[in-house]
Design a protein around this ligand. Sequence first.
Ligand SMILES: [Zn+2]
Length: 304
Amino acid sequence: MTNELRRYYSELRDKNRRIHEKRVAECEQKSARLRSLLSEPGLVFQQVALGKLTAAAAKSRIGAIAAERRNLLISLGYAGNYLDPIYTCPICKDTGEVGEPSRLCTCALKKQQEQLLAGSRINDRETFANFSDAIYPDDDQKKQGLGMKRFCERYVAALPKPEKPNLLIVGQSGLGKSFFSNAIGYAAIEKGIRTVKTTAYQCIQDILSGIDAREDAIAPFLSAGLLVLDDLGTEAMVPNVTVETFFRILNERAAAQLPTVLVSNLDRDGLFERYGERVASRMIDGALTSIVLLRGSNLRTRMR
Ligand SMILES: [Zn+2]
């Protein structure tokens, strides 16, 4: 369980405990009998500990107290379980874990996904589940799209350690490159992988803002469990910044064996021309990178 998730459950338990305490105080105000009923179980346990009451007698006494408390609450206009402990998730009792050995509760998986999605710039619309081959204009392009989907799903299945950590998706605008890269990111988050998606434009803007604020804004791009770098070629070419940033990202992520998805309209020559030998040769390095080329007619224009 991540620290962020642990903190969430700790705060959730505190919140529910405070609500419960407020309910108890409120009911004690309303009924003196209820107040003594709430303290009686403690006295019963004390008597058991002192040997003055058998376990069986204690059990029946506790049952009677609970029944009287329930009836009293109902007569006061409350639900019978108004003073029971409050759990947002009764399955894990707000611990986030179930079973032995413990695993994440369904509520924790959902919360983890929300938390990962929140900082990721991944959207929940462009996903494999929302993929439709009806968008393709002809059989060739449909075949290519379905092949691409299968390929991307295999890549995701192999995360966090695909045989080749990097995936380079190239092709003209409007062939679904961004869709697939987002879908990969979303599926990675479903696997609990901390994913960051950015356009190359936004990435360089972040770095430049960081320089203005005297902060090194590159850290999230270096440390993400999966980085999706979309739209390479749309960023500002700032001397001593753009090429150096991509070099550092590619180099340090490769050294840490972290997977990266790169997306661009540029072909091989275009990448070399724009980023130079040192960066482009890393982008297309066959030992580290699977390269997928999408062809066909623009899907966006066709949909209009
Ligand atoms: Zn739960």
